[in-house]
Unconditional design. Structure first.
Length: 444
């Protein structure tokens, strides 16, 4: 069988019937770009309910790093479900949670002893980080970055600033949040050179936020995505993170790295912070940690996680089945999958950069490992955003059998399972090129 293989019109009859039912019963707030209805998956290959076979370049929004239903993860889950499904780590003890706290503590780029708090999702990992920062520092204010995505519950939503639709209708937001421009080398908001964007962003925090708006000794934390995810897979210069670390240390402000999307091997290192030599005080983890089972973890310096019993907890957080999946996921990632992300990611990046030479619609290719963003522009000088063209490329790739998602206003994110092979990466790029040709030929 060749992969991908599209056998029916899309959606096929079974998919269409399920989507019709979904449209009457499921929340209309979800943003489905195309009618893919999952039946099963293995590695980087997924099949829909009509038997159409796709290559997955989205991994359930950067979640299934070990690939769909990796046998080691599935076996760990099965073994755990036969023992017990739930006990609640807030009131009782169970070893998988302790073991995971030890293992993840040894992996995060936080120096010294750590502790782990368990939730169920990325937004909960950030809620815990925000609460912990306020509790520990006895300060209330938080600084986040424009274009960031930290979740949708009311605490993390106040930090999220990637698309207005995510905030519209839900105000007033949690007070005490200030936003600074992210150091985006391609779209430097200060019109400085790519290298100078780190300097400009830090100066904005120092000279404007911390001078004109809020005293540094009232700021609990700065929350940053080491590589911005939903905002467009933006890679800042290393100087940005180094200056941020120096600034926070100077003022006793905690530095929270939101590694929900960039962590767990996605960038070819276990955590994206490692690419920049960044040593945060708190790290938020979710998505790829348990290969698809719900789990969020907030790991912090042991002296920072000093809240008292009863201060924070979650009934389901750190569920034993999710912990078992996470322990197996970590083993699989360490046994060559993170390395594979670096190798196949470099290959993919090379091929995408070659396409940039030939297609003016591609303004920028950036990323690390298998977290790669391609930004589309109508004009390389003015950088006019090619949003409709990006949306059409997503559709054209779906029609040809590749699942991919946009990021930011006009970028495409290549975020496949980290077990993707070089051959599969080549097929994705070939189909991407076909989509580019289709969209470029049909302009206007
Ligand atoms: C960087 C980042 N933080 C937090 C979240 C929120 O995670 P969740 O959807 O699991 O709440 C996301 C989700 O996309 C994310 O990319």
């Amino acid at each position: 069988m060749s992969i991908p293989e599209i056998k029916t019109a899309l959606p096929g009859p079974k998919a269409a019937a399920i989507i019709a039912r979904d449209s009457k019963s499921v929340s209309p707030s979800y943003t489905r770009d195309y009618p893919f209805v999952m039946a099963k998956g293995q590695g980087a290959v997924v099949e829909d309910v009509d038997g159409n076979v796709f290559l997955d370049c989205a991994a359930g929004i950067a979640v299934t790093g070990t690939g769909h239903s990796h046998p080691d993860v599935v076996n760990a889950i099965i073994s755990q479900v036969h023992k017990y499904l739930h006990m609640s780590g807030t009131d009782f003890y169970y070893e998988p949670q302790v073991e995971l706290a030890e293992k993840i503590g040894a992996l995060v780029p936080i120096p010294g002893p750590t502790r782990a708090f368990f939730g169920n999702s990325g937004t909960e990992a950030n809620e815990a980080a925000i609460k912990m920062a306020r509790y520990h520092t006895k300060r209330v204010n938080i600084i986040a970055f424009l274009g960031s995505f930290h979740g949708r519950t009311l605490g993390s939503l106040a930090l999220t600033s990637s698309r207005a639709v995510q905030r519209t209708g839900f105000g007033p937001m949690m007070p005490g949040v200030f936003h600074a421009p992210y150091a985006n080398p391609y779209r430097n908001p200060f019109n400085a050179s790519p290298d100078a964007c780190a300097e400009a962003s830090i100066s904005y925090i120092e000279d404007q936020i911390l001078t004109q708006l809020v005293s540094p000794d009232e700021v609990a934390a700065i929350v940053v995505e080491p590589i911005q995810g939903e905002g467009g897979y933006v890679v800042p210069p290393a100087a940005f993170h180094q200056r941020l670390r120096a600034l926070t240390s100077k003022h006793g402000i905690l530095l929270i790295a939101d590694e929900v999307q960039s962590g767990m091997g996605r960038t070819g290192k276990m955590f994206a912070s490692e690419h920049f030599g960044l040593e945060p005080d708190i790290v938020s983890i979710a998505k790829g940690i348990a290969s698809g089972l719900p789990l969020g973890i907030t790991v912090a310096r042991a002296d920072v996680m000093d809240w008292k019993p009863g201060a924070h907890a979650s009934t389901f957080g750190g569920n034993p089945v999710s912990c078992a999946a996470a322990l197996a996921t970590i083993n699989v990632l360490k046994s060559g999958v993170v390395k594979n992300a670096a190798i196949v990611g470099a290959h993919l990046m090379g091929r995408l950069n070659a396409l940039k030479e030939r297609y003016a619609l591609i303004g920028d290719v950036r990323g690390r490992g298998l977290m790669i963003g391609v930004e589309f522009v109508r004009n390389r000088v003015t950088k006019e955003r090619a949003t409709t063209e990006r949306d059409r490329i997503v559709q054209e790739m779906f029609k040809r059998g590749v699942l991919i998602l946009g990021a930011g206003r006009n970028a495409l994110r290549f975020a496949p399972p980290l077990v993707l092979t070089t051959d599969q990466a080549d097929v994705i790029v070939d189909i991407f090129e076909q989509a580019l040709v289709a969209v470029t030929n049909n302009q206007g």
